[in-house]
Design a protein around this ligand. Structure first.
Ligand code: F6P
Length: 544
């Protein structure tokens, strides 16, 4: 039996929170607002152009005090400092988790085994930024001696989702001379769709893979390489392919020149890597100045996270409130709803960040956890979501906490103002609902019979909780803050639940099975799986 520390759900504060949930579960947020005109002032925090409004939650000051007591019981502060100092908190892989080091300022000091690792990180960052600028300025040439016009990042998971989401988010800051594309799925349709948009002789391929063993990425990269070789000679590969990896040898074996390999450190987890050299496609897309602003924003959120007291600590508050619903209300999911088309891929990034980190039922010490941990993260851009799933949020039976990410943007522009008005209206409607009196007032023009008939159909119970993150602009600095905010929120929840958010053993099983099944699809040997898998393989084989 592994060494067991006190499980958090065996502590007195856990029992207190359970009781508190039972005694406050019928509180109405609209009453909490009516009773306290300062609720917003007391339950919102500002970090520069980043406002975090958590007042539309099913919490009281007592709830917050109890949740903060839970955080202290879980020694959250101690765990935060261990992460910051580079301790090997990723126990199962015996690694540190130092994504924050990727965005430390160049004069910072971070001692690992008495060596300041910041200069090395800065050197690799500067090498990547210089490479990106050389591509942007046309100093780096294609085999034909022309500037590159296209960049295609081939990667998946953390080597795709975060950097892709950020590149889309910073559309307005992108260099118009170079089109950056992302290919992730092994489904050839993904690569084909991109190939239809580019001229391969004018394209730089970035093979992004920390392990350089991910089958999907290697299959896509190999196909792209073969396609390039139908147009250009073998020696063109060294000009048209670069890699970002922790596995230098494998990248060299693939045929990538050593000077064109950018080192991703082992202590940067894939889903936490967008501010590392994995961000190279973003550096090419938006340039050095904007990428450094992105890093500075993430670093500002890091500093806030490591120094602000918990009662005013934005990622800590978000983590605690999310845990309050997930674990004590047993809400299964958490929605990420960006009211910004340019943030439309952000929910997909948070899905991996949160669910690959916290989708675990075993503590980092090997104990089975019999309480709910990671939420199911999902989401869609607003206002589209209002015409898709908001019916369920307003009148369904589920408790669905949601984060609304809203951008002030171009004030006075009809599109932008309509977008913001809808975001604020929806969070208010979800919170306040409607009383029967308000509904009957609206139906006053109808007969009494019709009014009574319609009343139940038009009821809005409200009390659906939301956080609103309001950004003054969707700029690189605020995007960096937003990215780091979610990384630290995820860590807060893992630290309290007692799980390791930095390993991902759960993804290995399916991969190994796929390798076993693959050859059996194209031969006629007997299969000894379950009857479903055997039946599916048989049907596949029969298809012409
Ligand atoms: O999803 C499993 C995973 O290992 C992720 O953690 C990682 O981001 C992704 O696959 C890609 O891994 P690599 O960067 O090594 O190709």
């Amino acid at each position: 039996m592994a060494f067991t520390k006190m499980l958090i759900n065996e502590t007195p504060i856990w029992a207190k929170l359970n009781l508190h949930q039972k005694s406050t579960q019928y509180f109405k947020m609209r009453n909490l607002f009516a009773e306290n005109a300062h609720r917003f002032d007391e339950m919102s925090e500002i970090l520069g152009g980043f406002l975090f409004d958590y007042s539309k939650n099913r919490i009281t000051e007592e709830t917050l005090n109890l949740l903060i007591e839970l955080a202290h019981t879980a020694k959250l502060g101690e765990q935060m400092q261990k992460m910051r100092q580079g301790e090997k908190i990723n126990i199962s892989e015996n690694r540190a988790a130092l994504h924050i080091a990727s965005r430390l300022p160049e004069n910072a000091e971070l001692l690992i085994n008495n060596e300041n690792i910041v200069p090395k990180i800065q050197a690799e960052l500067n090498r990547a930024l210089l490479f990106a600028e050389n591509v942007r300025q046309g100093y780096l040439k294609t085999f034909a001696g022309e500037p590159f016009e296209y960049v295609v990042n081939i990667g998946i998971g953390g080597s795709d989702l975060g950097v892709r989401a950020c590149a889309l988010a910073l559309r307005k800051y992108q260099n118009s001379n170079i089109k950056v594309h992302f290919v992730a799925n092994v489904d050839k349709a993904d690569l084909d769709a991109t190939l239809a948009e580019i001229e391969i002789e004018k394209t730089l391929f970035i093979v992004s893979s920390k392990s350089f063993t991910t089958p999907e990425t290697l299959i896509n990269a190999t196909t792209a390489k073969k396609l390039l070789l139908t147009k250009l000679p073998e020696k063109a590969i060294s000009q048209h392919f670069i890699a970002i990896s922790n596995n230098i040898q494998a990248a060299c074996d693939f045929g990538i020149a050593k000077d064109n390999i950018f080192q991703l450190n082992e202590w940067v987890g894939g889903r936490y890597s967008a501010t590392s050299v994995i961000g190279l496609p973003l550096m090419i897309a938006v340039g050095e100045e904007h990428f450094r602003q992105f890093l500075s924003g993430a670093n500002q959120m890091d500093e806030h996270f490591f120094t602000a007291e918990f009662r005013h600590n934005i990622p800590v508050l978000a983590g605690l409130i999310g845990l309050w619903y997930n674990t004590f209300y047993r809400s299964a999911s958490h929605a990420i709803i960006p009211y910004a088309h340019d943030l439309r891929r952000f929910p997909a990034h948070i899905q991996q960040l949160d669910m690959e980190s916290n989708g675990k039922k075993t503590s980092q010490y090997g104990d089975y956890l019999d309480f709910d941990t990671g939420s199911i993260i999902w989401g869609e851009e607003g206002v589209n979501c209002q015409h898709a799933f908001f019916q369920l949020l307003h009148q369904g039976t589920r408790l669905v906490p949601a984060d609304f990410i809203v951008v002030v943007g171009d004030k006075g522009d009809i599109h932008q103002q309509t977008l913001v008005a809808n975001a604020l209206a929806q969070t208010r409607a979800l919170m306040a609902g409607k009383t029967d009196a308000e509904i009957l007032q609206e139906l006053a023009h109808l007969s009494a019979i019709k009014r009574d008939e319609l009343l139940p159909q038009k009821r809005f119970d409200g009390n659906q909780p939301t956080n609103t993150i309001l950004l003054d602009e969707l700029n690189p600095f605020n995007l960096g803050k937003l990215l780091a905010f979610y990384e630290h929120k995820t860590f807060v929840q893992a630290a309290i639940w007692g799980i390791n958010p930095f390993d991902q053993w759960g993804v290995e099983y399916g991969k190994a099975l796929a390798k076993d099944i693959y050859p059996k699809l194209s031969n006629s040997c007997d299969t000894d799986y379950d009857s479903s898998t055997n039946g599916l393989i048989a049907f596949y084989r029969k298809c012409e």
